[in-house]
Design a protein around this ligand. Sequence first.
Ligand code: ATP
Ligand code: MG
Length: 342
Amino acid sequence: MRTISVVPGDGIGPEVIEPALEMLAFLGLDVKLDVLDHVNAETWLRTGRALAAADLDRIRGSAATLLGAVGDPRLSDTPYVREVLTTLRVELDLYANYRPVRLWHDKLSPLRDKAKRGIDCVIVRENTEGLYSGVGGNLSAGSLQEIAFDLDVSSYRGVSRILDFAFSVARTSVCIVDKANAVRHGGTLWQRCWREAVERHPDIDTTHLYVDTAAMKLVTDPTAFDVIVTNNSNGDILSDLTAGLAGGLGVAASANLNAATGQGLFEPVHGSAPDIAGTGVANPLAAILSVALLVEHLGHTREADAVRAAVAAAVEHDRVTPDLGGSLSTRQAAAAVLAELR
Ligand code: ATP
Ligand code: MG
């Protein structure tokens, strides 16, 4: 029996993980849960740490991890979120951030009719380097000469493996997105790795767009894309853009993966949403769709497709939370999906 480790986290994290786990239980798979409900802001406030070495071992030893969200306004000036999320990503070497975008119903899209038919693509975001690698510094802090800098780090190995990952999940095409015309050194490396990856995967169509053009094209013709692969910061921004095209953060699911080790951490794209935490209206669909990604990762494709079909049906019937124009609570919206699944 395989173990799934669960980190509910903070804010709406536990609120959406609970119904997501009910969904998982309903599927009746041969898995057991290892819930780490102490990995949260309260523990950090009490002890100054949130993720101990023993926690990391439990997570590493599990077949997959489900994460709610970590974040707390009281800790915004501390390295809390970075400690938890970055430690998990770096220690498990989860280099591929996989963010599928599917428009579950036309009515969820802010786009005009012509543009919104059938959005169904994936953003593959490099998850371990780039502008967010933490390499940088500050000269003459506090003086008029102060200069702050953050290095945009790309390694040959890092770029090659994220490109290979993108090809491995593509159905029809891969679009590489960079800013090679302005970011000279990293851009040159991405372009070279790109040409090499194309040679390794001759069966998949490929295109290239600069990130500014990609942002515009995603809004004018999002149906043109299958897989988009890009670096950490571009992927961060483009995946929020695509989430917005498909109904917002309430329906955006994601996976953090290492294709070589099989490690996977699954989480809704949204954070702890302190503004709505405790009000009972957080949309559970992003967490439920993250469970679908998780069970698919464990080989249960049929169950994953059934969950997605149930989500589409619940949306079709307007059985949704306020962020999607409905009036249901978190629990009611999750119950609606379960009812569709039955
Ligand atoms: P964090 O620092 O943990 O990321 P945040 O303040 O950035 O928290 P997010 O969770 O990223 O908050 O959410 C951004 C906005 O989207 C908030 O206004 C939030 O209420 C809304 N939102 C996020 N997730 C959901 C959800 N599941 N259902 C409804 N609204 C959501
Ligand atoms: Mg946020």
